[in-house]
Design a protein around this ligand. Structure first.
Ligand SMILES: Cc1ncc(COP(=O)(O)O)c(C=O)c1O
Length: 417
C-alpha cells in the first residue's frame, strides 16, 4: 500500500535487511515505516470501492487497504523484506510461528491425505501433525531426519507433503536440503522447511528447491524477545492459497508486532554474526569440559551433520545443546547457578536463555516418554544471545564447577564423611 519497495536484488544481505521491502518515500517524510494502527480502512465514495473491488477481482496490485484481517501496510513491509531475504516470490506474516505452520498444513492437506514429518522437531508441530490432523483424517508418519531410505519408504500414493526443520530442536540436526528438494520434485510432493533455527542469514532453503520456508519470527528474526510472529515465504501461487486461508482463520500479526519485527530485522546480520560466534565458542568450551558428557552443535566436528552444515550454512547459530555428567537434579542446580542467561523457553533474542527440556518444554512427559524421543534429564539447551562470549563462558565455567563441587559434597555426605 506504500509506494513500491526498491529493487535490491543484487545488494548484499546486510543492505537487504536494512532496506529491502521498504520504499524510500514514506508517509509524512518519515524515515521509518509507520505503525498503521487501524482495524479498518474507509473509502471516499462508492466509486473508489468499486475501483478497489475490481482490482481485487483482476489480481492487480492493491492501492489501499480494506480491512485489517486482509492486510496492513506495516505487515506488508515485513512481508516484502522477508521475501527478499529468503529469495521467495512473496511472504505472509502471521500472528505466531505456529500460525504459519498450521496454516501451511491446513491449506495444503485435505481429508485422506498423508504427511511426512521428520523427527526431532518442535513439539507443538509434532502434536498438530500427529494428533490434530488425525482428527481431520489426515495421517502423519514420523521419519528419522537422516534416514533417506525411511523417508522414501514412507511415501504412499496419498502423501502430499514433507515437513522438516533445520537445524532441529534440540539436537541441531541439519537436513540435506538438496536431497529433500530433489525427493519432493521426484514424487510431486510439497516440501516445507521450518528454518527458525537457521534464519536466512545462515541458510536459504528456497535456493535448494524447497517449496515453502517457515519461521517462528518470535526467535532470531524479531531478535529481542519482545514479540510473537510467524512468516511463510515461497511461490506466489502457494502463498495466495495460504493467504485465503488466513483471511478466514484470522491469525494476523498486530501492526505493532509487525513494526517491532521490521525493526529487529534491520540488525539481523549483525546479531547473527555474534550468535554464530558465541554458539561456536561456547560449544568448543563445553566440549572440552570434564563435567560435560556430550555437546550437540553443527559447528563441531563431532556433530553428525558437521559436513552438511559446512556445505549448507554460513554459521550455526547461538543454540548449543549438551548433556552434563550428572542427573536431572544436579543439572538443575547447575542451571540455577548460572548468572547471565535467563531461565525460560525460547531462543534467538539478544539475551541468552537456558532451559532444561525435561523441566520445561517436555515437562508433561514421563521419563519413559522422554526417553522414547531421546530427551534425557541432564540435557540442557543453551541459546546464546549477543553478550560477550568471554563472559558467557566464564559464567558457564563457574556454574559447572559449583555443580561439580555440590556433587562431591553430596557424595561425601552420603558416605558420612
Ligand atoms: C522450530 C520452531 N518452529 C515453530 C515454533 C513456534 O513458534 P511460535 O512460538 O512463534 O508460535 C517454535 C517455537 O519454539 C520453534 O522452535
Amino acid at each position: 500500500m506504500f509506494s513500491t519497495p526498491r529493487d535490491l536484488d543484487n545488494a548484499g544481505f546486510s543492505t537487504q535487511v536494512v532496506h529491502a521491502g521498504e520504499s524510500k518515500n514514506k508517509p509524512y517524510g518519515a524515515l521509518t515505516t509507520p505503525i498503521v494502527q487501524t482495524s479498518t480502512y474507509t473509502f471516499e465514495d462508492s466509486a473508489s470501492i468499486v475501483d478497489h473491488m475490481r482490482r481485487k477481482e483482476q489480481n492487480l496490485p492493491l492501492l489501499r487497504g480494506e480491512y485489517g484481517r486482509y492486510g496492513n501496510p506495516t505487515q506488508e513491509a515485513v512481508e516484502h523484506k522477508m521475501a527478499a531475504l529468503e529469495g521467495g516470490e512473496g511472504a505472509i506474516l502471521f500472528a505466531s510461528g505456529m500460525a504459519a505452520v498450521t496454516n501451511a498444513l491446513l491449506t495444503c492437506l485435505s481429508a485422506g491425505d498423508h504427511l511426512i514429518l521428520t523427527d526431532d522437531c518442535y513439539r507443538r508441530t509434532r502434536q498438530f501433525a500427529t494428533e490434530f490432523l488425525n482428527r481431520l483424517d489426515i495421517r502423519c508418519t514420523l521419519v528419522p531426519l537422516d534416514d533417506e531410505g525411511a523417508l522414501e519408504a514412507a511415501i504412499t500414493p496419498r502423501t502430499r507433503a514433507i515437513l522438516s526443520e533445520t537445524p532441529t530442536n534440540p539436537y541441531l540436526r541439519v537436513v540435506d536440503l538438496d536431497r529433500l528438494g530433489a525427493l519432493g520434485r521426484a514424487h510431486g510432493l510439497l516440501t516445507i522447511v521450518d528454518s527458525t533455527f537457521g534464519t536466512p542469514y545462515n541458510v536459504r532453503p528456497l535456493e535448494h528447491d524447497i517449496d515453502l520456508v517457515i519461521h517462528s519470527a518470535t526467535k532470531y528474526l524479531g531478535g529481542h524477545n519482545d514479540l510473537l510472529a510467524g512468516v511463510a515465504v515461497g511461490r506466489a501461487d502457494l502463498l495466495a492459497r495460504m493467504r485465503e486461508t488466513n483471511h478466514m482463520v484470522g491469525a494476523v500479526a498486530d501492526p505493532h508486532a509487525a513494526y517491532l519485527l521490521l525493526r529487529g530485522l534491520k540488525t539481523l546480520s549483525l546479531r547473527m554474526e555474534r550468535h554464530n560466534a558465541n554458539g561456536q565458542r561456547i560449544a568448543e568450551f563445553l566440549e572440552g569440559h570434564p563435567g560435560v558428557r556430550r555437546v550437540w552443535y553443527p559447528g563441531l566436528a563431532s556433530h553428525p551433520d558437521h559436513d552438511l552444515a559446512c556445505r549448507l550454512m554460513r554459521g550455526c547459530g547461538g543454540v548449543v545443546s549438551f548433556e552434563l555428567e550428572a542427573d536431572l537434579a544436579a543439572t538443575a542446580r547447575c542451571i540455577d547457578a548460572l548468572q547471565l542467561p535467563y531461565i525460560g523457553p525460547s531462543l534467538g533474542g539478544v539475551e541468552s536463555i537456558v532451559e532444561q527440556p525435561a523441566l520445561m518444554s517436555h515437562y508433561s512427559l514421563n521419563e519413559d516418554e522422554r526417553a522414547a524421543i531421546g530427551i534425557r534429564g541432564e540435557l540442557v539447551r543453551y541459546a546464546a544471545g549477543v553478550e560477550d562470549a568471554d563472559d558467557l563462558i566464564a559464567d558457564l565455567a563457574q556454574a559447572l564447577d559449583r555443580a561439580a563441587r555440590g556433587d562431591a559434597e553430596a557424595v561425601r555426605e552420603e558416605a558420612g564423611c
